[in-house]
Design a binder for this molecule. Structure first.
Ligand code: SAM
Length: 212
């Protein structure tokens, strides 16, 4: 990812998603697949910066009621077609994460998978939205890369300040109950965009239930 990617994210991602096929594949992210059992069919979830729809469509196929947004209209158009192919409905919108109309305490679940386009200032605003749009008792499932990924270069932005450590995530989500926080390595096969040995971090965290 170059600085142009951050100067013109919509243009950059539109160009990437204009290629044939699906940059990150059509199967869901592995961390999301492993942890989506925290949500029950019928519950409302949000897929943040959903790209070409692999995660939102899979969640909808599990019977969840899914909202999804992304800055790239090309990505969202492909996501709509993927949903139609599978005969499921997802409430898609094209939006920048600063411009999305984040509803307060609306979702039982939020999936934030590889949203490391965000520099520290944008990340702080984005993470605040992630926390606030969860209902009490709702669960966030988040996946990203750690700084060790700079050695692998098999996906993600090559900029250390965009990457996550356990300490960073613990501090950022201190007001949530951490269900699982795992710093690990794995061989990813998620399209050509995320492929090969990867230094990953996964978080599952729950907004505390409201006091009685
Ligand atoms: C690495 S991709 C991950 C896509 C998807 N979450 C997945 O796992 O397949 C990052 C996504 O962030 C989107 N994006 C980049 N900047 C954004 C912004 N400021 N607001 C919303 N989406 C953004 C891109 O269009 C792209 O789809």
């Amino acid at each position: 990812m170059t600085s142009t990617a951050f100067a013109d994210p919509a243009g950059t991602w539109n160009q990437r998603f204009a290629a044939d096929g699906f940059l990150f594949g059509t199967e869901p992210n592995a961390w999301l697949r492993e942890h989506a059992g925290v949500w029950q069919p019928g519950q409302r979830v949000l897929s943040v910066a959903d790209g070409e729809g692999r995660n939102s469509v899979w969640l909808a196929r599990r019977g969840l009621q899914v909202d999804a947004f992304d800055i790239s209209e090309v990505g969202v158009a492909k996501a709509r077609r993927l949903a139609a192919t599978h005969g499921v409905e997802v409430n898609f919108s094209v939006a920048d994460c600063d411009g999305f109309a984040w509803p307060e305490a609306a979702y039982e679940g939020v999936a934030a998978i590889f949203v490391q386009f965000a520099d520290p200032a944008l990340r702080s605003r984005l993470f605040a939205h992630l926390r606030r749009c969860l209902r009490p008792g709702g669960t966030l499932v988040l996946q990203g890369y750690t700084p060790r990924q700079l050695e692998y270069r098999t996906g993600g932005p090559p900029i250390e300040s965009h990457l996550y450590t356990e300490a960073l995530l613990r501090e950022a989500f201190a007001d949530l109950d951490i269900v699982e926080l795992r710093d690990y390595e794995a061989d990813l096969a998620e399209g050509s965009g995320h492929h090969g040995r990867s230094a990953l971090i996964g978080l599952v965290a729950r907004r505390p239930a409201a006091a009685p």
